[in-house]
Write a protein that binds this ligand. Structure first.
Ligand code: PEP
Length: 253
């Protein structure tokens, strides 16, 4: 059975002006000057920087992704961006269902599902995010919530090539707090079992499952060492090349 290919992806969120391109050059230099990590590396900048960042990353091992896409290909959707446009700008993947989109824009599992289909139609990998809120965790509902989000957000036809799943507990995002390694292991084992049950052992066993939420250089080795964790989705610590590379270090000898 094929093993998941780990991915360390940076989500810059609504951060980054022209000057942030220097971070890509710095990251490219760090990646080129050290041992090749046993993971793929991706940066998801704001859409305004996508094409310039794709140009800056050209020839390096850094892939570029979008942070969200509209579910339609084109049309009267002021301010929105289609998956095809992201692809056209140089993206190879797009994050869908990030908890900030679910909370700030009322995105349902059905919306996330439709965005993932749009990503696939455009030839992009979908990075599908799930995760419980703090009150859901306190109520003992974590596994149930995550399984429900997986069932509702992942379309039929998912493969290890067209999808990555990111488990991001909402209460751990940007807070400096993380679940224990045992807690992460329990959720990732449940996600793996759910994917295997739905898509079969080969596909379900080879989809990369990322952990996201306050990953830093100081905790990356422990979190990336948890069973069924195949990389990280990184917010704050992806903004500085040296910090992000410190997380990638978890995948170097
Ligand atoms: C995120 O929002 O995807 C994230 C993981 O953020 P942070 O690393 O800042 O917690």
């Amino acid at each position: 059975m094929a093993k998941p290919t780990p991915l360390v992806a940076g989500n810059w969120k609504m951060n980054g002006l022209n000057t942030a391109l220097a971070e890509i050059e710095a990251l490219s230099g760090l990646l080129g000057g050290k041992d090749t990590p046993a993971c793929d590396v991706m940066i998801c900048p704001p859409a305004t920087l996508l094409s310039r960042l794709a140009d800056a990353a050209d020839g390096s091992s850094i892939a570029v992704g979008g942070q969200d896409c509209h579910q339609n290909v084109s049309g009267a959707h002021t301010g929105d961006i289609s998956a095809q446009m992201l692809k056209d700008a140089g993206a190879s993947a797009v994050i869908v269902g990030h908890s900030e989109r679910r909370a700030d824009h009322g995105e349902s599992d059905k919306t996330v599902h439709d965005k993932a289909v749009a990503a696939w139609d455009a030839g992009l990998k979908a990075i599908i995010c799930v995760g419980e809120t703090e009150s859901q965790r306190d109520a003992g509902e974590t596994i149930q919530v995550v399984e429900g989000q997986l069932a509702g957000s992942i379309p039929e036809g998912a493969t290890a090539d067209n999808m990555v799943v990111a488990y991001e507990p909402v209460w751990a995002i940007g807070t400096g707090r993380t679940p224990t390694a045992d807690d992460v292991a329990a959720v990732h084992a449940a996600m793996r079992a759910a994917l295997e049950a739905r898509f079969g052992a080969e596909t379900g066993g080879s989809v990369a499952l990322l952990y996201g939420g306050s990953v830093k250089p100081g905790n990356a080795v422990e979190l990336m060492g948890v069973a069924n964790v195949n990389g990280a989705l990184v917010g704050g610590a992806s903004l500085k090349a040296a910090d992000f590379d410190g997380i990638i270090d978890a995948y170097r000898g």
